[in-house]
Ligand binder design. Structure first.
Ligand SMILES: [Zn+2]
Ligand SMILES: [Zn+2]
Length: 762
């Protein structure tokens, strides 16, 4: 019997062992390069029962793809054994993601009678580190960063006892034989006292502490201490991006934020991501029976949501207990560099930020950031797919003909390697704009190739010639290159996420992407399948006034759009014009002269323009900030809206300037900003429905795929899906892969595989 899927490192062999023994069967089970291989012999009815029950009662973390069974000669075994792994043969085994601490391990952590009482590295076959510690496959202790820790007698007994929860749990250890914590100062000198208690005290005193976690170093600070949080921001050069907060348990999270059943399931589940939750109105006071300290304003300035996570390793459980209040836990890096994970490197890079370091001697092999999730009803919307998810393969509808490497775009970079039906979407790599991140990008490709034994024959990349990912791809020898247009990749990613290859109406709304005509796209209506696309409509294009400066300063987009809507007759008295009067004329002159102001049909930039127009924000410190705040300010009870004209022959134009004029009129009439923001959202929904209806009439297509970073906007997604469905469309949204550029590599891989298949067939 062969079992494929995520079956190593998830307690599968002990499970098979237990089932076989229970049924009185003899034989063996082992890991090999394709998954799990088992032979059983015994009573025919018992063998049948074994085959029938095996898939149904598998361990929680196992993901079974296939079970195949064939008769073999009887060996005459009289026991059932777990055999040593076979490292030979082609490697084709998914590695499990890291799993949050299970309930059984937590019970032991807090049990004074248990030999692992307060041990920061408790784990078992159902939980603990996986992807972050795996150096190679098959997944066995010598191939992990636990190789240097020899099992003590007690741990060895558990490891070899089929009845034990730690039977063949590779990272198993205890205080006698496992890693140890230490608290060191910024010079690396060890500090006296209990490290956990020491960190708790220091955090409450306002210190900044670097904490070595599962996939890298975090920076921790008391989330209720405004001065401390402000100091962290200043040292980290991270001015406004919201910081995530860790709380001890669900009650503490509930005191800060509104948590429905689906959010609760996500927070407490095995992936334990950062969940973006709506904050309760006002903080502080007493909620659900416990006193709530107020979260410092600098944690998430101007944000009605808070990124919250629960402890997901025993170390974090101990830390939360010692701190006794919510604490910020953010990536250990300076501004946009990748998260530090190597001990020496962390000490060097974070010495100017952290006052002390809580570290340990279990090496991290792969850096992995925390994942970020929003819930849309009962469906997860992955903003960042990383810890707890990577490198779980996303199964494709059909096998790829030849192995594919897709290198992604630039921002929120991920890579994707595909072989057979499995697409291995990497952890979050970051914005590919500096050398450190580029090294992390090439390192991730090398590691995933090795782990899954993939020799890419086809390499997919973005069309943007200046992206580092594109340059990497075109420099490769001996592979077939496939350039994939950015928004086609978004739509393909949504299609493959939903397992369809049928033609769709693709609505790709994002910040910016390189268009097939060399201009900057971002508000695109495509007719697409996985092989090709047509651009059948788009948002009206306006100058990106000042290029990259227009992304940092949304008021420039307001200037550009007002010029388009009104020419030289912009109404007097607009606050955005007055606020930026000193540079207004100059920016327009530059745009008019077509200097560094390429035309863009970006929907994200239209959101930016409206955000500036209504006074939400003139400048941003990270991409998408203005649009995020515009969503948050919108009055969800408002039901009014505007309408944009959809005109011209294919590719038709969605008149964004109609919306700009409506917003200006509403502001002039004294309409409240939250109402205007809501009406603008409603108008974008109507424009999407109008555009899709037009395509349906012309082409007969009824399935719509929504993708691109703009669809991280939950208000927009919910209303768009409802309106399209009410109009008779079938709507695809993302479930397994992010809608933003973190999903681009997956879409590129789907397109490259489809083109490879089409070429082979012709
Ligand atoms: Zn456990
Ligand atoms: Zn031990």
């Amino acid at each position: 019997m062969r079992v494929t899927g995520v079956v190593q490192g998830v307690g599968f062999r002990p499970y098979v062992h237990g089932l076989a023994v229970q049924l009185g069967l003899c034989g063996f089970v082992g890991n090999d390069a394709q998954g799990v291989l088992a032979e059983v012999e015994g009573d025919a009815a018992a063998v049948d029962a074994f085959l029938a029950r095996l898939p149904d009662q598998a361990p929680a973390m196992a993901v079974i793809e296939h079970v195949t069974a064939s008769p073999v000669d009887v060996r005459g075994d009289d026991t059932f054994e777990i055999v040593v792994s076979d490292a030979h043969g082609a490697r084709d085994v998914p590695v499990s993601p890291d799993v949050a601490t299970c309930a059984d391990c937590l019970t032991e952590l807090w049990d004074p009678g248990d030999r692992r009482f307060r041990f920061p590295f408790i784990n078992c076959t159902n939980c603990g580190p996986r992807y972050t510690i795996v150096r190679d496959v098959p997944y066995d202790r010598p191939a992990t960063t636990m190789a240097g820790f020899a099992l003590c007698d007690e741990c060895a007994r558990e490891y070899t006892d089929p009845a034990d929860r730690r039977f063949h749990a590779q990272p198993v250890c205890c205080p006698a034989c496992g890693p140890t914590l230490s608290l060191v100062d910024a010079a690396g000198v060890a500090l006296d006292g209990d490290p956990i208690a020491g960190v708790g005290d220091r955090l409450r005193d306002g210190w900044i502490v670097a904490v070595k976690g599962l996939g890298g170093y975090h920076l921790a600070v008391d989330a209720t201490d405004e001065a401390a949080v402000a100091r962290l921001r200043a040292r980290k050069h991270r001015e406004e991006r919201p910081l995530a907060v860790m709380v001890a348990d669900l009650d503490e999270a509930r005191a800060l934020c509104q948590i429905g059943p689906h959010e609760q399931a996500r927070l407490t589940g095995p992936t334990a991501p950062i969940v973006l939750l709506r904050r309760r109105d006002g903080t502080g006071g007493v909620v659900v029976g416990i006193a709530v300290p107020s979260i410092a304003p600098s944690v998430a300035p101007g944000n009605r949501f808070l990124g919250v996570m629960l402890p997901y390793t025993p170390l974090h459980h101990l830390l939360a207990d010692a701190v006794g209040r919510p604490f910020v836990l953010t990536s250990g890096n300076v501004s946009d560099e990748p998260i530090a994970f190597d001990d020496e490197d962390a000490l060097a890079r974070l010495a100017g930020i952290a006052d002390v370091f809580l570290t340990h001697d279990r090496p991290i092999h792969m850096r992995v950031d925390d994942s970020v999730v929003r819930m849309v009803g009962d469906r997860p919307l992955l903003v960042r797919r990383s810890r707890g998810y990577a490198p779980q393969p996303v199964l494709l509808g059909r096998p790829v003909p030849r192995p594919v490497l897709a290198v992604g775009a630039e921002l929120k970079s991920t890579v994707c390697l595909a072989k057979g039906r499995r697409a291995y979407l990497s952890h979050h790599i970051g914005d590919l704009e500096n050398y450190e991140t580029y090294r992390s990008f090439t390192g991730a490709i090398a590691h995933l190739r090795r782990l899954f034994d993939i020799e890419p024959a086809v390499v997919a990349h973005d069309l943007h010639p200046e992206y580092l990912s594109t340059k990497y791809a075109v420099d490769l020898d001996g592979v077939d290159l496939v350039g994939v247009q950015h928004h086609h990749a978004h739509i393909a990613s949504c299609m493959a996420d939903n397992g369809t290859s049928d033609p769709v109406i693709g609505v790709a709304f994002d910040g910016t992407g390189f268009g097939a005509d060399g201009t900057i796209w971002g508000g695109e209506i495509l007719v697409a399948d996985l092989v090709s696309f047509e651009r059948v409509g788009h948002l009206e294009a306006v100058p990106l006034a000042g290029g990259a400066a227009a992304i940092r300063e949304p008021w420039r987009m307001a200037a550009s759009w007002l010029r388009r809507a009104y020419g030289d007759d912009v109404p007097d008295g607009l606050a955005v014009v007055e606020r930026n009067a000193d540079r207004w004329a100059q920016v327009l002159a530059v745009a008019d002269a077509n200097v560094n102001s390429p035309p863009t049909s970006s929907a994200g930039r239209l959101f930016d323009a409206v955000a500036a127009l209504v006074g939400v924000r003139d400048a941003v410190s990270y991409e998408g900030q203005a649009a995020i705040e515009l969503e948050q300010v919108a009055d969800t009870a408002e039901r009014g809206g505007y309408r944009a004209g959809v005109t011209g022959s294919e590719p038709f134009t969605i008149a964004g300037s109609d919306l700009i004029r409506s917003v200006v009129d509403d502001l002039g009439a004294g309409t409240a900003v939250p109402v205007v923001a809501a009406r603008f959202h409603a108008a974008v929904v109507v424009a999407i429905v109008d555009a899709c209806t037009r395509v349906r009439e012309a082409r007969g297509l009824t399935m719509v795929a929504l993708s691109g970073g703009v669809f991280q906007n939950v208000l927009l997604v919910e209303r768009t899906v409802a309106a399209l469905e009410a109009a008779g469309f079938r709507v695809l949204t993302h479930v397994r892969v992010p809608p933003n550029d973190g999903g681009i590599s997956f879409g590129q891989a789907a397109v490259a595989a489809a083109r490879d298949r089409a070429a082979a067939a012709s």
